[in-house]
Design a binder for this molecule. Structure first.
Ligand code: ZN
Length: 481
C-alpha cells in the first residue's frame, strides 16, 4: 500500500474511532472522496505507462475556470490551434432542459456564460471536481458544441473520439437521470468504508494488536454496472466510456475509478472490480497490429461486431443519432484496420460479406420499401440503408456469425475456404450528409453484389418439446416472398 493510501486509511480509522465518519464522509462528493480520487489519478500518472498519452491537444472550445483560487466566473474559451494541456470531460444524461449557452459576443477568444450558480447541478459538480484537481479546463457538450449551429454539431461530434481519449479523465455522472441530479449522492459511509478494528494477529493474545479493515461489501456494490445507473443505458455514453482512458464514476452508492490498468472503488480502493469494458477500451487505445503472414482477416472486424451487439442493447432517443453516437468508436477502430477499408453506415466494405449477416431476433423486419429504380432514395426520415444493421438499430439487431450460420460446424473466418463461397460485392456506397465526417449521418446507400442462390425449405418449430421431423409448420420457398 502506498504512503498516501496508508494516510487515507488512517484518516478513516480516526474518524471511525471518533464516531465522526458519517459527518466526514456523508456524500460521494465528500472531501475524503476527492482525496481518494486524486490519489488514484496520481497513482495512474506515476505507475501506469499504458494509461499515458502525450501531448494532449485541447478541443476547439473549453470551459475556462480561470486561475485557480481566482474566484472568476467560468467562460467559454476558443482554444488557439495546436494548444495542448490538461482538461476533464463530462459524460452525463442530458434529460432535456435548457442548454448552457453563451450570453454575449465572442471577445478575445472568450464568450461569457451565465453565472455558475445558474448552471445545471451536474455541470456545477463537474466544475467542483475539476477545481479539486487544480485542472483549469472542462469540456461539456453544451456549451462546447454550439447548440444552434448544425454545422458545428456535425464537425465537433466527429471529434469526440479525440476529445474523450485526450482528456485527463472523464467524470461520469452515472447515477443521474438528468442534469438536475448532479454527480454526488448522500450515502451512509459505514456501509461503504471498511470498518476498522484492532485485533491480535496469530494465536498469541499477548502480541501487539494490529489494525484490520473489514469491508461490508454487498455484491451490488462491487460492480458499478449492476447498481442503478441510468447513465449506462445510453448509446452515447457507451461511446464516451470506451474512448476514455480514465473514468471517475459517481454512482448512487459510491465512487469508482477505472483506468486502463486499475479498476477500484471506495469500498476497495486498491482494486475491487473487473470492468466489463476494460478489455475493449484497451484495444481501442492500443497500437495497430501488424498483420501476421497468412492471416486472412483482420481480427478487429470481430471486435466491431461484438461492439455492435452491445450497442444495439442501448437506448437511442432519435434514429438519426445512431451513426453520430457511434462515430467516434468507428473512427477509433478504423485506426486499427486497413486504412484503405471504407466505413459504410455501420459496416466495413472489406468485410461486407460477413457484416451483412445480421438479424433482428424479435422478427420485426418490416421496413419502408425503396421505390423501384431509386437507388439514391432519400426519405425525410431516412437514416440508414436497409442492408445495414443501423436501419434496425431501434430493434436490437445482432450480428450473428459462427454458431448460427453453420450449425454443427464452427465457421472459421480465417480459413481461405471462406473466399470460395462465391459472394462478390460489385459496389457498395453511402452518400454522406457531411463530407467532413465519414462516420456520420448518411443520406442514402446502394449495394450491388453477386451471389449463388438455391431453393431452401424453412421450418418453424412450434415448441421446444416438438422435434423437427414430427411437428413443424413447413413453408415452401415460394411462400416466403
Ligand atoms: Zn492508469
Amino acid at each position: 500500500m502506498t504512503d498516501n493510501f496508508a494516510s487515507f486509511s488512517l484518516d478513516l480509522a480516526e474518524n471511525w474511532a471518533a464516531g465522526t465518519l458519517a459527518d466526514w464522509d456523508s456524500s460521494t462528493g465528500s472531501v475524503a472522496n476527492m482525496g481518494l480520487a486524486k490519489e488514484w489519478y496520481r497513482r495512474c500518472l506515476r505507475d501506469h505507462p499504458q494509461c499515458h498519452k502525450s501531448p494532449t491537444p485541447l478541443p476547439t472550445r473549453l470551459i475556462d475556470l480561470g486561475e485557480m483560487g481566482g474566484g472568476s466566473e467560468p467562460v467559454l474559451y476558443e482554444t488557439p490551434p495546436g494548444m495542448t494541456g490538461e482538461y476533464v470531460i463530462l459524460s452525463h444524461c442530458w434529460g432535456g432542459g435548457q442548454p448552457l449557452e453563451p450570453i454575449g459576443p465572442l471577445i478575445d477568444r472568450r464568450w461569457p456564460l451565465p453565472p455558475l450558480s445558474k448552471w445545471l447541478r451536474t455541470f456545477q459538480d463537474a466544475v467542483y471536481i475539476a477545481k479539486r484537481f487544480n485542472i483549469r479546463y472542462v469540456w461539456i457538450d453544451s456549451p462546447c458544441i454550439l447548440q444552434r449551429n448544425e454545422q458545428d454539431w456535425i464537425t465537433e461530434s466527429g471529434r469526440m473520439s479525440a476529445y474523450f481519449s485526450n482528456a485527463a479523465f472523464t467524470i461520469a455522472a452515472m447515477g443521474a437521470e438528468d442534469g438536475t441530479q448532479g454527480c454526488f449522492w448522500p450515502r451512509n459511509p459505514v456501509l461503504t468504508r471498511p470498518c476498522c478494528v484492532k485485533l491480535h494477529s496469530g494465536c498469541k493474545t499477548d502480541s501487539r494488536p494490529e489494525l484490520f479493515f473489514i469491508a461490508a461489501r454487498p455484491r451490488y456494490d462491487s460492480d458499478p454496472f449492476t447498481n442503478d445507473a441510468p447513465l449506462h443505458s445510453r448509446v452515447w455514453v457507451l461511446q464516451e466510456e470506451l474512448l476514455s482512458r480514465r473514468i471517475l464514476r459517481f454512482g448512487k452508492r459510491q465512487m469508482y475509478w477505472d483506468c486502463l490498468t486499475l479498476a477500484a472503488s471506495e469500498s476497495d480502493p486498491e482494486e475491487g472490480w473487473k470492468s466489463q469494458m476494460t478489455d475493449t477500451r484497451r484495444i481501442l487505445h492500443s497500437s495497430p497490429i501488424v498483420e501476421r503472414a497468412g492471416q486472412h482477416r483482420n481480427p478487429y472486424y470481430d471486435k466491431w461486431y461484438e461492439l455492435v451487439n452491445k450497442l444495439s442493447e442501448r437506448n437511442i432517443t432519435f434514429n438519426r443519432d445512431i451513426l453520430p453516437a457511434i462515430s467516434a468508436i468507428a473512427e477509433s477502430i478504423h485506426r486499427l484496420m486497413d486504412p484503405g477499408d471504407k466505413y459504410l453506415a455501420g459496416l466495413w466494405e472489406k468485410d461486407l460479406v460477413v457484416g451483412l449477416l445480421w438479424v433482428v431476433p424479435r422478427g420485426e423486419c418490416l421496413r419502408p420499401k425503396v421505390p423501384e429504380g431509386q437507388p439514391n432514395y432519400d426519405r425525410r426520415d431516412f437514416f440508414a440503408p436497409s442492408w445495414s444493421w443501423i436501419s434496425m438499430s431501434d430493434r436490437e439487431p445482432s450480428v450473428w456469425l459462427r454458431s448460427k450460420i453453420m450449425p454443427g460446424e464452427k465457421l472459421n473466418l480465417y480459413n481461405p475456404r471462406y473466399e470460395s463461397w462465391g459472394t462478390q460485392i460489385l459496389s457498395a456506397n453511402v452518400e454522406l450528409r457531411d463530407d467532413v465526417n465519414i462516420y456520420g449521418e448518411v443520406k442514402s446507400g446502394a449495394l450491388r453484389f453477386r451471389a449463388q442462390i438455391c431453393p431452401v425449405r424453412i421450418e418453424r418449430k412450434l415448441s421446444p418439446r416438438h422435434d423437427l421431423r414430427g411437428n413443424c409448420e413447413t413453408f415452401s420457398s415460394s411462400e416466403l416472398t
